[in-house]
Design a protein around this ligand. Structure first.
Ligand code: ATP
Ligand code: MN
Length: 465
């Protein structure tokens, strides 16, 4: 091999015209190989783009023996001349001069032989599915969205604030928690009353994985002004749905001095920014997913960024649902926690736009939400999206110590003194929300199942890889 600096497939295809006529060095995995006894064509992919680079092997220069292990899934290193392609489907191709095989992939054993494996099958081999076009596209989009999120908040002067993953409070009420313990489950230490003695546990008390970083986020916001979290979140809810994971990533901005309207403005601007970013930076991947899974995807994405979200009080939403004449699986009445079918009716059929539903009954929302003057509803806001239902849940927070304390007592929550200190000392109006990262990736990729937008999904009865 000559001393030529390696280029990625993305680089070569992007600068094909300038590079044509020069020698290139490229490395990657073989997607397919076809041809005849004079010439063999290899589609090479290195993960840098959905597009493959065509490598042409002239069989007068390479023997069958040399090419034997160049099969689907094998990894190779090629040097050759980049030339304008005569074939359809690519502008440039490499006329191979040197070949090195790094790793073979026995065609009898490599599971990703044919095109068009079902998503269910690929879920069973999640350790290999990043090598498919579909998951390559999804994972590049996922990366772009994560980057866009940091960029959006950084450009706005928000601070990335790290909240703990292990916590000793279960006050979010957002869902069942996974317990964290080093106790010997076969031989638990007992108190005199016969209960598990957590004082002997690692932290000296019961601890679990976080269901939300919000409460700690509020401590950040009431010091730094505007913060956001972006980290893993764990919920042991037994929701075997296409929209729930047991381990997912959540983005939770929290802003001092923001009231509910500011919070809604931010949520709308934020989510539009992320979708726009993906449209601009992931055009090839989105086009691939649209072609193979969801023809309406690009249109749906553009529709969301181009239209104002509807802002509607819960009470109005319930009235629309009641008057719709629609037979829902779950009954709808004032006070009910809306199901996904209700949310999607409002978004997909009634308004045909994303909807921000506000002012929910206090009974169905978390204790920290600011009570409205009616004494019945709280300043909550859920952002509802086509195909997804709830994508964001947020609220203005109760900043009044007495009202917050009363609600905490009513619900019998304990161990909240550290949180209440935000209201005791220099309390301010503040707001925030939580965006489920995978629900955003689901929306932008047009995939149907949340298990297909995270590399290694965790859900009930599944913790592989
Ligand atoms: P849902 O009613 O859909 O279960 P939630 O009301 O429990 O959602 P929140 O507690 O408000 O959700 O969490 C904020 C955001 O986190 C949600 O809007 C959603 O995007 C996301 N989310 C919540 N639970 C999950 C989950 N199990 N898997 C993936 N994302 C989730
Ligand atoms: Mn939930």
């Amino acid at each position: 091999m000559k001393d030529i600096k390696r280029k990625t497939v993305a680089d070569i295809l992007r600068h094909g015209e300038e590079l044509a006529g020069s020698e290139v060095d490229v490395k990657g995995w073989v997607r397919t190989r076809r041809g005849n006894k004079n010439v063999q064509f290899v589609a090479l992919n290195d993960g840098s783009t959905i597009n493959n680079l065509q490598i042409v092997f002239d069989l007068s220069a390479f023997s069958d023996e040399q090419l034997r292990s160049v099969t689907t899934g094998s990894s190779i290193h090629v040097q050759g001349l980049l030339v304008a392609s005569q074939g359809k489907g690519q502008t440039v191709e490499v006329q191979a001069r040197e070949l090195q095989v790094y790793g073979t992939a026995n065609p009898e054993k490599y599971p990703l032989q044919k095109k068009g494996h079902s998503l269910e099958f690929l879920r069973e081999i999640a350790h290999l599915r990043p090598r498919t076009n579909t998951f390559g596209a999804v994972l590049r989009i996922r990366h772009a969205l994560a980057f866009a999120i940091h960029k959006f908040f950084n450009d706005k002067g928000f601070y990335y604030f790290h909240t703990p993953l292990i916590t000793a409070s279960d006050c979010e009420g957002a869902g069942a928690q996974f317990q964290v313990t080093t106790l010997d489950l076969e031989n638990l230490p007992k108190t005199e009353e016969g209960k598990t003695d957590y004082s002997a546990d690692f932290f000296g008390k019961m601890a679990s994985l976080t269901v939300s970083g919000q409460l700690e986020g509020e401590l950040g916001a009431t010091a730094l002004g505007c913060i956001y979290t972006f980290g893993p979140t764990f919920r042991a809810e037994n929701s075997n749905t296409p929209r729930h994971l047991s381990e997912f990533w959540m983005i939770e901005p929290e802003m001092a001095f923001y009231e509910i309207a500011d919070n809604m403005d931010l949520a709308e601007e934020f989510i539009k920014y992320c979708i726009n970013y993906a449209l601009e930076h992931c055009a090839d991947d989105i086009a691939f997913l649209a072609e193979h899974f969801d023809k309406e995807l690009p249109e749906r994405l553009r529709f969301v960024v181009e239209n104002d979200f509807v802002r509607l009080p819960y009470t109005e939403g319930v009235r629309i649902l009641e008057e719709s004449g629609r037979k829902f699986e779950f009954p709808v009445y004032w006070g009910v926690d809306l199901a996904s079918e209700h949310e999607r009716y409002l978004v997909e059929e009634h308004f045909r736009k994303p909807v921000i539903l506000t002012d929910y009954p206090k009974e169905i929302k978390a204790f920290y939400m600011k009570l409205n003057d009616d004494g019945k509803t709280v300043r909550a806001m859920d952002v509802l999206f086509p195909k997804i239902g709830e994508i964001i849940g947020g609220s203005q927070r109760e900043e009044d110590l007495d009202k917050l304390q009363a609600r905490i007592d009513e619900l019998g929550l304990t161990g909240m003194e550290w949180y209440l200190d935000t209201r005791r000392f220099g309390s301010v109006p503040h707001s925030g929300f939580g965006l489920g990262f995978e629900r955003l990736v689901l929306f932008v990729t047009g995939m149907q199942n949340i298990r297909d937008v995270i590399p290694f999904p965790r859900f009930p009865n599944n913790c592989e890889f």
